[in-house]
Design a protein around this ligand. Sequence first.
Ligand code: FES
Length: 316
Amino acid sequence: MELRIAAMRWLATEIIGVELVALDGSVLPPFDAGAHIDVHLPGALIRQYSLCNHPDERHRYCIGVLKDAASRGGSRAVHDQLRVGQTVQVSAPRNLFALQGGAGRSVLLAGGIGITPMLSMAQRLAQQGRDFELHYCVRSKGRAAFIDTLHNSAFAAQVHLHVDDGAAQQKLDMAGVLAAQDDQAHLYVCGPTGFMEHVLNSARAHQWPEARLHREYFAAAPRAEGDAGSFEVRLRSTGLQVLVPADKTVVQALEEAGVFIPVSCEQGFCGTCLTAVLGGQPDHRDSFLTDAEKARNNQFTPCCSRAKSAVLELDL
Ligand code: FES
């Protein structure tokens, strides 16, 4: 879709809000809480941004973008090159971070810019009268986007702000948060990878099953680089066999052979390139699949993952 930038406004230090509307003012495809859109940016970049407005709104998509010092170009392009009145290409909303059903409490944990999907989720949960609490961790108050929206909301009492440079007693007590939940609760986390790893590892240490842990990465999770040796991929449909050298990804090697796999983040966190594996053993290097999904070895992310076996047969 080609959408027009209707408004841009500062939400907090280094965070800008962008409001996108249809060129003719018509309604946009619906989305539910946790959904994101792919935004095509100057420089042929494609980046994913969570929708942060109320999921019942059909007249606009709202995103919040942090100007990231370690930007690979996406956040800088939004801040420095996008302006009100311009048009941008975006995908239809996709939801890889959906709220689960059930009566249990939803525990939302947002770190910094990870508040964007959580804001939409909190609004949906409040609208449905479901039990939830939102923990919002920021480095300082000036970096907390949507703070007025949250404080003025009908669910303000369920919002807990934790500021790194604030008093010790208001800081996030992850063990305490986890201990206060029953075995029906679901945990949702989004934010910087270090924050997410802390939350998820704390939950695992408290015996939370993976089925009740939900996360959305904005960037690749840190990982120890394994051996990046060469291997071959074979396509089930044609039998084509392609060598993947150590200095190329599966996506790149296949592209040179005329086989195109759609990609977006190219870092293993969005799931766009997910491909079924019919034989061989993948070397999973993504943060998109859960550990249980990885253990099944029946799919992998060819933008970054490799192979432990000499040959990987793909359902392509
Ligand atoms: S392109 Fe995002 S996971 Fe591969």
